[in-house]
Design a protein around this ligand. Structure first.
Ligand SMILES: CC(C)(COP(=O)(O)OP(=O)(O)OC[C@H]1O[C@@H](n2cnc3c(N)ncnc32)[C@H](O)[C@@H]1OP(=O)(O)O)[C@@H](O)C(=O)NCCC(=O)NCCS
Length: 182
C-alpha cells in the first residue's frame, strides 16, 4: 500500500491537534494531553523531540514524544531519553503510522547523542521495531510496578555494554504515570 502520511517535527500550531490525538488514542484520558504539555514545558524540549505524522489532507494523525531521564550507573549518571507517549488516531491505526513514528524517533534520539532510548510498552510490538528487553541488558526498572517485559530500550550509536544501572525518571514522569505501563 502506498504510504499516505509524512513525518515531521511539531510546530506551535500543532499543539491542539496533538492533544486531540493523545486524548483519542488513550481512550479519552485527559491526563495524556496534560502529560504532553508538561513534558514539553518542563523539559524545554526541542521541537525535534516531538514528531507528528501528517495525513494526505494535511491533518495530524499520529504523535510521538521523547524526553530526558538518567541511568544511575556504577561509575556515573548517564543521560538517556524516554519515549512516551506514542499515539495514532484510532481511525488510522494498523497502517504503519506508529512504526514510522518509532523509526523516525530512534533516529532523532541517536542524532541528539543519546546512547539509549527507553520506553514502557508491549514487548512484541516494540521488540519488532528496534527495542529489546532492558533488564536483559543490565538495566533496572524505575518502578517495580512496570512489568519486566514492558521495560524496553533501543541501543543507539553511543551505547557501550558497560552502560548498566537503574533508569531514574524525572518528577514530571511520575506525576503523569509514565512509570506505570498500561
Ligand atoms: C500502539 C499504536 C501506537 C500502534 O500504532 P499503529 O500505527 O496502529 O501501529 P502499526 O500500524 O505501525 O503496527 C501495527 C501492528 O501493531 C499492533 N498493535 C497495535 N496496537 C497495539 C498495542 N496496543 N499493543 C500491541 N500491539 C499493537 C497491531 O496488531 C499490528 O500488528 P502486526 O504488525 O503484527 O499486524 C496505536 O495503536 C495507538 O495509538 N494505540 C493507543 C495508544 C497506545 O496504546 N500507545 C502505546 C502506549 S505504550
Amino acid at each position: 500500500m502506498t504510504k499516505q502520511y509524512t513525518i515531521r517535527t511539531e510546530t506551535h500550531d500543532d499543539y491542539a491537534a496533538i492533544d486531540a490525538i493523545n486524548f483519542a488514542a488513550f481512550d479519552d484520558d485527559p491526563d495524556m494531553p496534560k502529560m504532553v504539555q508538561d513534558l514539553r514545558v518542563q523539559f524545554t524540549l526541542l521541537p525535534t523531540q516531538s514528531l507528528v505524522a501528517v495525513g494526505p489532507d494535511g491533518t495530524l494523525i499520529g504523535h510521538v514524544m521523547m524526553s530526558y531521564a538518567q541511568v544511575d550507573g556504577e561509575k556515573e549518571l548517564i543521560d538517556v531519553m524516554v519515549l512516551s507517549p506514542l499515539a495514532v488516531l484510532p481511525d488510522h491505526q494498523n497502517q504503519g503510522v506508529g512504526t514510522a513514528l518509532l523509526s523516525y524517533a530512534i533516529k532523532v534520539a541517536d542524532d541528539l547523542g543519546a546512547p539509549l532510548l527507553f520506553l514502557e510498552g508491549h514487548h512484541r510490538y516494540y521488540g519488532e521495531r528496534g527495542f529489546e528487553n532492558a533488564m536483559e541488558l543490565g538495566f533496572r526498572r524505575p518502578s517495580l510496578r512496570i512489568p519486566p517485559k514492558a521495560f524496553q530500550v533501543a541501543k543507539l550509536s553511543r551505547y557501550t555494554p558497560d552502560m548498566t544501572g537503574t533508569l531514574v525518571y524525572k518528577d514530571v514522569h511520575w506525576r503523569h504515570g509514565v512509570g506505570l505501563y498500561r
